[in-house]
Design a protein around this ligand. Structure first.
Ligand code: HPA
Length: 276
């Protein structure tokens, strides 16, 4: 999934499998432990990634690997239930393919959700964090390569406000109304798949990070280039504190994400109609 033609072909095939006249308003990417949120999507139509030409299929644990189209609180959504990652050996262009396909299907907004480790010393595991900004420490960008004028968007997209300020305000207001705890901070994206050393954790905190994870930044870069309004959430599944670092297992990360996912689902159901 390298070039615009392949992405366009993929979008065409996906659209042919969607209900007639269905046009998503919002794309949603559900990462580790969060796939259960699709149960809040009414009139679901599931399209496995494997049925789309050249679309990268994820082998990561707890990543279902399909698009789910339907309505969430009445809003037409196109969900990626599971994503692929750089640590699976995928290129940044492949990681971003789902976002580009979603944009071609007509969505004007994207909500990304991931599991992440908390770097901020006062952020607790089991809570939600709104992504205010990010630091791309993956070393990769979905925009590298020859400038072939493929219509993806600007060659040098502005990244001064990748996460939509109005969406952030609405998300905070909705969380308040629901009495849900919602932290806000900077997400550091790393390539993984190994978790961080104590020294790396200290460095990411010194750089200004509040949470660290292995996804999202590449997809958000592609979304900004495509002109989508972006909102992001991290489910803080563990605490990454350099001076009292506890070992963490992926099973634990998935289990905590599933629990925080219930809060995220409630928040999304109340928030989505306000994003129109
Ligand atoms: N580091 C990187 N990725 C993660 C973590 C972490 O501590 N927790 C969940 N995803």
């Amino acid at each position: 999934m390298q070039n615009a033609e392949k992405v366009q072909n993929c979008a065409r095939v996906l659209q042919s499998k969607l209900p007639r006249g269905f046009r998503p308003e919002i794309g949603l990417i559900l990462g580790t432990g969060l796939g259960g949120i699709v149960e809040a999507v009414d009139d679901r139509v599931c399209i496995p990634y494997g049925g789309l030409p050249d679309f990268p299929v994820s082998g990561a644990p707890s990543h279902e690997g399909r698009f789910v189209a339907g309505r969430m609180s009445g809003v037409p959504v196109l969900v990626q239930q599971g994503r692929c990652h750089l640590y699976e050996g995928r290129s940044a262009a492949e990681v971003a393919a789902g976002v580009r396909v979603t944009a071609l299907c007509g969505a004007g907004s994207l909500i990304v959700a991931n599991a992440a480790g908390a770097l901020h010393p006062r952020f607790e595991s089991g809570t939600l964090m709104l992504i205010d900004d990010h630091i791309n420490c993956t070393g990769a960008s979905p925009l590298t390569g020859p400038d072939v004028g493929s219509g993806d968007g600007p060659r040098f997209p502005d990244m001064s406000r990748p996460y939509d300020p109005e969406y952030i305000r609405l998300a905070e207001d909705t969380a308040l109304r629901l009495a849900l705890r919602l932290e806000k901070g900077v997400y550091v994206g790393v390539a993984g798949p190994q978790l961080e050393t104590r020294a790396e954790t200290r460095m990411y905190r010194m750089l200004g990070g509040d949470a660290v994870g292995m996804s999202t930044v590449v997809e958000v870069i592609a979304a900004v280039q495509a002109g989508l309004r972006v909102l992001g959430f991290s489910c803080l599944t563990n605490r990454n504190l350099p001076d009292c670092m506890a070992p963490v297992a992926v099973e634990e990360i998935i289990a905590v994400a599933e629990t925080v996912g219930a809060d995220l689902r409630a928040l999304l159901c109340a928030l989505l109609p306000r994003l129109r």
